[in-house]
Write a protein that binds this ligand. Structure first.
Ligand SMILES: NC(=O)C1=CN([C@@H]2O[C@H](COP(=O)(O)OP(=O)(O)OC[C@H]3O[C@@H](n4cnc5c(N)ncnc54)[C@H](O)[C@@H]3O)[C@@H](O)[C@H]2O)C=CC1
Ligand SMILES: O=C(CO)COP(=O)(O)O
Length: 325
């Protein structure tokens, strides 16, 4: 199975490296011509994944037409750009493995909804889990959820992608895998705020646990399965990104917690912090469905410029409640 990757940020590049194991040919579409030439000329994505020597069997291109030779495509552009890139791509009925973690602003669509609308003939899978790109590219042990409604396609994709150090766990819960990845980015911002404001480790642990309850409430209401949310794509990724400044979302939160304005933190960013775009649309979706998401509300307030003291007071003065989801 020839794999192509659309999106040559840190994650698309790391996944191309995974797909190129054993010197398999991989076509990697990048938006930026300098990224294309760096990958083809010196086998390094100096822009988005510096310091990693890439397999010479990865061929970068800035022409989406060059992906026509592939049998399946990994879609790894940020969630807010998936629709426009898919609209420009002649995909036919190739299987798509969706790897972005976010919800589309305005439409409130999950990435699988967008792909289903733009390319209804393509079978869909979602790859999600605790996966810092530079660790995956370095071949460090990693495990992900690979969710696909069609179990035999899921198994074929796993056969092609998995290795001893990149373990795929099969699931048929596409929505659950997506919601886990999208919501954890918002919660990672909140955890970064706790770190940046020096609120302590107890607060961080409380936030992870109550954030997981919040993710579960939203996920179950949207048809996700509890076991998926408690797995790699939900809790696993939440724990990873709530504990390290390697997470762009966590780092954004650290800045907010230190009192730096969101506008200053987000302007001129080259890399993506998906949670900043997902938070307001997640809040809107939760309001519409009557689901309480106080931590998401708090992140939205901070992104909108509310003072941290006021946001913390609002959270800490919420009525005491039963612990269940
Ligand atoms: N970096 C990581 O460790 C992981 C990232 N992800 C997810 O993968 C997705 C991509 O993230 P990264 O590869 O980290 O990106 P990145 O932050 O390394 O790079 C930004 C990417 O956005 C692309 N981009 C910017 N403007 C665009 C536009 N108008 N149209 C199309 N593409 C545009 C750039 O070409 C580049 O590929 C995100 O949804 C992220 O949450 C998932 C797992 C791990
Ligand atoms: O999704 C990720 C790891 O699983 C990467 O997290 P950030 O986008 O916050 O860096």
């Amino acid at each position: 199975m020839k794999l192509g990757v659309i999106g040559a940020g840190a994650w698309g590049t790391a996944l191309a490296q995974v797909a190129a194991r054993g010197d398999a040919p991989v076509t990697l579409w990048a938006r930026e011509p300098d990224v294309v030439s760096a990958i083809n000329d010196i086998h390094e994505n100096t822009g988005f994944l510096p310091g990693v020597r890439l397999s010479p069997t990865i061929r970068a291109t800035d022409r989406l037409d060059d992906l026509a030779i592939c049998d399946a495509l990994l879609i790894v552009v940020p969630a807010q750009h998936v629709r426009s890139v898919l609209e420009q791509s002649d995909i036919g009925d190739k299987p798509l493995i969706l790897c972005a973690k976010g919800i589309e602003a305005g439409t409130k669509r999950l990435v699988s909804d967008i792909a289903g609308e733009v390319h209804p003939q393509s079978p869909l899978a979602v790859l999600s889990g605790p996966t810092f790109a530079h660790e995956v590219a370095a071949g460090l042990p990693t495990a992900v959820t690979l969710a696909c409604a069609d179990e035999s396609l899921g198994a074929a994709l796993s056969d092609r992608i998995a290795s001893a150090t990149f373990r795929t766990y099969a699931s048929t819960d596409v929505i659950g895998a997506e919601i886990g990845g999208a919501v954890k980015n918002v919660l990672a911002i909140a955890c970064g705020v706790v770190e940046g404001a020096g609120l302590g480790l107890n607060a961080r642990a409380a936030l992870i646990a109550r954030g997981f309850a919040e993710m579960t409430r939203f996920g179950l209401a949207r048809g996700a399965r509890a076991e998926t949310l408690a797995g790699l794509a939900g809790l696993g990724d939440l724990v990873l990104t709530c504990s390290s400044t390697n997470s762009r979302n966590f780092s954004l939160g650290v800045g907010l917690g230190q009192g730096i304005a969101a506008s200053a933190l987000l302007s001129d960013r080259k890399t993506v912090a998906e949670g900043a775009a997902t938070a307001p649309v997640l809040r809107e979706a939760a309001h519409e469905a009557g689901i309480e998401m106080p931590l998401t509300e708090a992140v939205c307030a901070l992104l909108d410029g509310a003072p941290l003291d006021a946001v913390m007071d609002a959270l800490l003065q919420r009525p005491l409640r039963h612990e269940g989801v």
